[in-house]
Design a protein around this ligand. Structure first.
Ligand code: SF4
Length: 74
């Protein structure tokens, strides 16, 4: 499964985050203007539409290794 990840060390906390603007699923959260945005993985579909719009290249593609072949044992 793919997800977008905003790397906090690269994000400069733009007043208008372009990544938030393009996300159709409102998956980018920013609690206040002092806080950097972050991706809610439960909402992110992994479309990565946001990746090319960040001027700081702060969005990274994250691959979650979930094959669906293993079950929880409880
Ligand atoms: S556009 Fe990129 S650098 Fe600017 S606030 Fe959004 S994620 Fe951070």
């Amino acid at each position: 499964m793919k997800r977008a990840l905003i790397k906090p060390e690269l994000c400069v906390n733009c007043p208008e985050c372009a990544v938030m603007t393009v996300c159709d699923r409102s998956a980018i959260i920013r609690e206040s203007v002092e806080n950097k945005p972050w991706v809610d993985f439960y909402q992110c579909s992994g479309c990565l539409k946001c990746k090319p719009v960040c001027p700081q290249h702060a969005v990274e593609e994250l691959l979650q290794p979930c094959t669906g072949t293993r079950r929880m044992s409880w």
